[in-house]
Write a protein that binds this ligand. Structure first.
Ligand code: C5P
Length: 406
């Protein structure tokens, strides 16, 4: 971080007080920080505090009130190595998404040449609102990095998602970002080749508004993608519909909806990959036909949906695998866990399978934790205690690297 130029944009949110700590962390790590505040941010923290912490005058107005000189947002756009908007309010996110340039922070954003990150902060209903979510996705599609809000107590005393990530975590995100860009520029860091990861559920549409889905959130698969990218893999992440975002620049994400689309996307990249981890909860059945119009209750009466099996992606790709390609799958079981997992390991020609049981508290769908056993084709049985999905992901990637002699 030493010598890096960081533009920190602050908007009007209670979480602005946390940005004081963040700016201090950046400066302590040797970065040069230029703070840009929206007018309402100044209601929450004073420019004096931030100017002192950042050791630079804070920019907020288009013109300097004392001498009338013009603050050039264009200059900041070329000076910066990165721009971080933290906290990013719903209003600023909306304006960023739609190019509304009514304050210095937004003009700076619109003329920014460097990568941009946002750390949203707002009340849970505002965060969950489709307008905010769509703005976030729109910004993400344009390459803005989203530092996801955490769950917890909010300024309104309500508890939910919308709380700005803690300064230490945001600092870590930015430190990771600088490290990865430095590594990719220098061509340094480990290069472990391509790794395919499937993640999330699939949705099999019955008519334009209904689908057959499952409870997978994609958390395990996304944690694997991050851990693998951290370990130096170039990750091809094929994801079903999830609300998650990726952080690491070494992850290339392809979004799909149905099992068929997931198969096609995985099939395309698999030949170039050294290994694959099939973590997605792929639908086993799909409607034989998808109605073009919404099926009406009155007109239909009793309704039966004819289903046909989908392709087993792991199995099909396993059959086409080249020598040396390593393949791993997941088994989520409710009974006779070990037996079913071993059967899948053999049937899908996998090198190892990660077993998690729905009977274990804190394991499986939606949780932030998981409890797994790695079962290897060579007879390995590696049980792990309950851990965060990030830690589980690192255990799995470590095991994969060992199998690949890396
Ligand atoms: O047979 P089951 O669905 O329980 O197997 C789970 C494993 O197989 C997971 O690794 C999953 O990603 C993979 N799978 C797949 N394609 C399917 C079904 C499962 O790749 N159609």
């Amino acid at each position: 971080m030493k010598g890096k130029h960081i533009v920190v944009g602050i908007t009007g949110s209670i979480a602005a007080y946390k940005t004081c700590t963040l700016v201090r962390l950046f400066v302590k790590a040797g970065a040069e920080v230029q703070v840009v505040m929206t007018p309402s941010a100044k209601e929450f923290v004073t420019p004096l505090t931030l100017a002192t912490l950042s050791r630079h005058a804070v920019v907020s107005e288009f013109f300097d009130r004392r001498d009338g000189s013009w603050h050039s947002h264009v200059e900041l756009g070329t000076w910066a190595d990165v721009m971080l908007v933290a906290p990013a309010s719903a209003s600023t996110l909306g304006k960023m998404a739609h190019g509304i340039a009514d304050n210095m922070l937004l003009t700076t954003y619109l003329s920014m040449k460097a990568p941009v990150f946002v750390a949203p902060a707002m009340d849970l209903d505002m965060y969950a609102h489709p307008a905010t979510q769509e703005n976030l996705r729109l910004l993400q599609r344009r390459g803005v990095g989203i530092i996801e809000s955490g769950e917890g107590e909010l300024a309104s005393a309500l508890v939910g998602k919308g709380r700005m990530e803690e300064p230490e975590q945001i600092f870590r995100h930015m430190a990771d970002f600088f490290r990865h860009t430095a590594e990719s520029k220098a061509g340094s860091g480990p290069h472990r080749g391509k790794l395919l990861i499937t993640a999330g559920p699939t949705h099999e549409y019955i008519d334009p508004v209904r689908f057959i889905g499952n409870c997978s959130t994609g958390k395990m698969g996304f944690a694997l993608a991050e851990a693998a990218a951290e370990a130096g893999f170039e990750v091809e992440l094929v994801s079903g519909p999830t609300a998650l975002s990726v952080r690491h620049p070494g992850i290339h994400r392809t979004d799909v909806v149905s099992a068929e689309e997931m198969f096609e996307a995985a099939r395309q990249v698999f030949p170039t990959c050294r290994a694959a981890i099939f973590c997605a909860a792929v639908a086993d059945f799909t409607p034989e036909t998808t109605a073009t119009n919404k099926i009406k209750r009155e007109a239909t009466g009793e309704w039966q949906i004819k289903l046909r099996p989908t392709k087993d992606i792991a199995r099909e790709l396993g059959a086409a695998r080249q020598a040396g390609q390593i393949m791993a799958g997941f088994a989520l079981e409710t009974d006779d866990e070990m037996l079913h997992a071993e059967d899948k390991l053999a049937r899908k020609h996998l090198d190892f399978i990660v077993l998690n049981s729905l009977r274990d508290e804190g394991a499986g769908f939606g949780h932030d934790t998981n409890k797994v056993v790695i079962i290897g084709r060579d007879g390995t049985r590696l049980p792990f205690p309950l851990k965060s999905k990030q830690e589980v992901a690192r255990d799995i990637i470590r095991y994969l690297c060992k199998l690949m002699d890396l």
